[in-house]
Design a protein around this ligand. Structure first.
Ligand code: NAD
Length: 486
């Protein structure tokens, strides 16, 4: 497909106290990964602008109506935001595709509906919350309530910008917090639109504030600001380490959703058709740029050859194309630097004794853009660099195991612990494997089924804390115990 006509040039500014602001001194280009063209510019928020955003959120929390609204009224506004996102799906999906390079079918089918669903889900959730009471100590009754913690600092990555940014925003707002959100500087285009939609839906000014800019400038100023009360971060492990240290120093609660190197274990008794298709999605959906990618595919020896033959054919057949084309499965890598890093692992893998089964270079037929062929490698064991480092792209590695114990040992031999995938038709084998995996989430015979009611997050270097219904309540509210003499 020919590239569609360029969308209008976008100027991305901060949104503070219910209005866009003039914008900081430094201007950062926003690049379309399919063409390399500059499609927008971002006026970077410096420390003073971040301070203005935090002050606006502070006022809205300390004196404004949002935390004091009756829950049904809060719910009504959250549902109206969800409806507004749905009603603007076309525009939001085009922009999200433009700056991420993710296929529009996935953006429209999953990411934008998910952004809206977050508001509906948390609206319902807060309507069902209840405190507890205790009467065990004679002569007194004790009750426990939850109250919103205050100003939430939210920092989001570039791979699922709106879906993840709005998950944090919806949860924080639903529990009565006010928000300062910093999206990735590489994917900021949809957020000013959503800010306007929220205001139109009735969200009071100052409840949602947006600051844009690079991590070491805007992100650092936000996460180290004394006026915030908690931090929710999704991004890389090294960034999480820095933000976690700032949070610890300030004694502020923080959740960290970080990187992954998830194992996808296929037992010999798996339904092979479903395992092949599911593993393909787990490794390559979202251009493989997913924290939860099942990028280490562990195959039981009996089916390793049959699986490999079919899997290589399926990977070779994945449709690489312009992200706006409806039949594209793999679009361009989000930025050129990241593409170079992904491709660098091809030579490093070979030097490390691994075999490249398919892919490994720029995709032919594209005059511009960060298009690469999906890469499938085979590693002799789990100690190789491509089995240990998060590559965060369309790069998966096959390995072979003999027993379930071997598979679990290999899967757990990782600094990360985000997700585990298990494919088996033997229920006790699947469940005992799920039990043994050192990960925060396990998907059995299904790729990537996100349950918002349940906690999502990682063990080990994949994170601290969880997101989801009760987990978000734990971050965005504080408990208070009141004891009364009868
Ligand atoms: P990143 O860590 O480079 O950036 C994430 C965000 O943090 C961006 O908004 C960035 O500007 C900001 N940032 C960077 N340095 C900062 C600093 N010093 N202080 C404050 N903010 C700072 O990550 P990325 O490249 O945008 O995203 C990819 C990473 O995110 C991968 O490692 C991926 O696994 C991870 N991720 C995790 C999850 C999860 O749920 N566990 C989900 C999506 C992505």
């Amino acid at each position: 497909m020919n590239a569609p006509a360029p969308l209008s040039f976008h100027a991305v500014r901060s949104w503070i106290g219910g209005a866009p602001v003039a914008g900081g001194a430094d201007v950062i280009p926003v690049i379309d990964p399919a063409s390399g063209d500059t499609v927008g510019e971002l006026f970077e928020a410096d420390a003073a602008e971040v301070d203005a955003a935090v002050q606006a959120a502070r006022r809205a929390f300390d004196d404004g109506p949002w935390p004091r609204l009756p829950v049904p009224e809060r719910q009504r506004i959250l549902r109206a935001i969800a409806d507004a996102i749905d009603a603007n799906t076309e525009e939001l999906a085009r922009l999200e595709t433009l700056h991420t390079g993710m296929p529009i079918s996935q953006i429209k089918g999953m990411h934008i509906p998910r952004a809206a669903l977050n508001f509906r889900f948390f609206a319902e959730y807060v309507g069902q919350m209840a405190g507890t009471s205790h009467t065990d100590v004679p002569g007194v009754i004790t009750y426990v309530t939850r109250q919103p913690i205050g100003v939430a600092a939210l920092v989001a990555p570039w791979n699922v910008p709106l879906g993840l940014g709005m998950m944090k925003t919806a949860a924080a707002l639903a529990f009565g917090c006010t928000v300062v959100l910093k999206p990735s500087e590489m994917t900021p285009l949809t957020f000013p639109i959503v800010a306007r939609l929220m205001r139109k839906a009735g969200l009071p000014d100052g409840a949602f504030n947006l600051v844009n800019g690079r991590g070491h400038v805007t992100g650092k100023a936000l996460t180290e600001h004394p006026g915030i009360d908690c931090i929710s971060f999704t991004g890389g492990t090294e960034t999480g380490r820095a933000i976690g240290m700032a949070a610890a120093k300030a004694i502020k609660p923080a959740t960290m959703e970080l990187g992954g190197k998830s194992a996808n274990i296929v037992f010999a008794d798996a339904d092979l058709d479903k395992a092949v298709e599911g593993s393909l999605l787990a490794a390559f959906a979202g251009n493989g740029q997913q924290c939860l990618a099942g990028s280490r595919i562990l195959l039981q020896r009996e089916i390793a050859d049959a699986f490999t033959e079919r899997f290589v054919a399926r990977v070779k057949a994945l449709k690489i194309g312009h992200p706006m084309a409806p039949d594209t499965f793999l679009g361009p890598i989000q930025n050129a630097g990241h593409m170079g890093r992904i491709l660098s692992f091809v030579e490093r893998a070979k030097a490390d004794g691994c075999e490249i089964l398919t892919g490994g270079g720029r995709a032919p037929g594209f005059a511009t853009g960060n298009y690469i062929e999906p890469i499938l490698a085979r590693a002799p064991d789990n100690g190789r660099i491509i089995c240990q480092e998060e590559i965060f792209g369309p790069f998966a590695t096959l390995m072979t195991f003999d027993t379930g114990e071997d598979a679990v040992r290999m899967a757990n031999d990782s600094a990360f612990g985000l997700v585990g995938y298990v494919w088996s038709q033997d229920i006790s084998k699947a469940l005992s494997t799920a039990q043994a995996l050192q990960t925060g989430v396990v998907w059995v015979n299904t790729p990537m089924t996100r349950e918002l009611r349940a906690p999502f997050g990682g063990w080990k270097e994949s994170g601290v804390g969880r997101e989801g219904g009760a987990s978000c309540a734990a971050l965005y509210t504080q408990e208070k115990t009141v004891t009364i003499r009868l």
